[in-house]
Design a protein around this ligand. Structure first.
Ligand code: PHB
Ligand code: FE
Length: 328
């Protein structure tokens, strides 16, 4: 965090429990042993501290991601790629009808630094917001220590592809990436390359299953290959996606192993639209007008395929592109 950025963050002195309170515009955030509480001019809201921190961790690590990150059915952010809206009740029919919803727009650096400071102050020693519940300690209690290494992990973003010379490297025991307990059966052999003479430097390959079996985090897509705007962002999933993602573009899911259940809702009202059960080998295209949350009963591998073009949100919102990939 730079010094100027720190100055912009509005934080109180620590409470008796050791936690600071934060302000962002007219939103006020505080935490106690179990809960995060929020107020805005027309309302208030409470979330469990562990669920809040898991959602906050993703919003910070993904720099507000594509479109909307709902922390739950009330609270969240909208990325306008330069500014970010923070909202309460904006995408919730009941709050809208009761006129209790509230939205404020912030320059990205201010909300980014405020969220980073909140995440750092409210994450206790032993709690890792990226880990599955089985693999982390508790988020609760009075403030004790911190977990800065866990919350500032470097995000994998390949420039071309993992294993290309000079790009993201492979994961090994020696570089701190042991095979996860639930992927002990995943073969670890790497492909062999037999290149024509003169083409040795032009070919690269890696075992994606082995690579994913060594991920220590859950629900955290990382870019492993890039072809123009086409981004392969596989991830390993266990328990519940800590955010409800409202996309501003179509995205594709390829279920690489095991199962994930998806709850799909209307992006703007939250009305239920579908339940999708994805088994290994299934492919789904999520429309641009929905929001979704995934449930993985067992650690599973999911390929999230994104189109990173900056032009898509405007093409969809102006009606020039449909919000579904296929029309039947
Ligand atoms: C998504 O919102 O599409 C998403 C986010 C994180 C994941 C998987 C999918 O790990
Ligand atoms: Fe999504």
């Amino acid at each position: 965090m730079t010094e100027t950025a720190t100055l912009d963050v509005e934080a109180s002195e620590p409470s008796e429990l050791g936690y600071r309170s934060f302000r962002l515009g007219e939103f006020a955030f505080s935490r106690d042993e179990y809960f995060v509480s929020l107020t805005w001019p027309t309302g208030r809201h409470v979330m469990s501290a562990d669920a809040f921190l898991r959602a906050l961790q993703r919003d910070v690590a993904w720099d507000f991601f594509y479109g909307i990150i709902n922390f739950d059915g009330v609270l969240g952010t909208v990325n306008h790629y330069g500014t970010v809206d923070m909202f309460a009740g904006r995408y919730n029919d009941a709050y809208r009808k009761a006129e209790l919803d509230h939205v404020e727009t912030f320059e990205t650096p201010l909300i980014r630094e405020t969220f980073k400071a909140m995440l750092a102050d409210w994450t206790n020693e032993g709690f890792d917001p990226f880990a599955s519940p089985e693999e982390t300690g508790s988020a609760f209690g009075p403030k004790h220590g911190d977990n800065i290494d866990a919350i500032t992990r470097r995000r994998v973003t390949a420039q071309r592809m993992v294993a290309v010379a000079g790009d993201e490297g492979l994961r090994t025991d020696d570089n701190g990436h042991p095979v996860n307990r639930q992927f002990a059966d995943v073969p670890q052999d790497e492909p062999e390359i037999h290149a024509e003479e003169g083409f040795e430097d032009a070919l690269a390959s890696f075992n994606l299953f082995a690579y994913l079996s060594r991920s220590s985090v859950t629900w955290n897509p990382s870019v492993v290959s890039v072809c123009k705007d086409s981004l392969y962002c596989p991830t390993t999933e266990e328990y519940i996606l800590p955010v409800i993602h409202g996309n501003d573009r179509v995205e594709w899911f390829v279920q690489l192993s095991d199962e994930i259940y998806w709850d799909v809702e209307d992006r703007d009202s939250g009305a239920k639209r579908a339940k999708v059960i994805m088994k290994a080998g299934d492919v789904a295209s999520m429309p641009a007008d929905i929001r979704h949350q995934g449930y993985a009963p067992k650690r599973s591998m999911l390929l999230v395929w994104e189109n990173g073009s900056g032009k898509i949100p405007e093409l969809i919102s102006s009606g020039k592109l449909p919000s579904t990939a296929v029309q039947f």
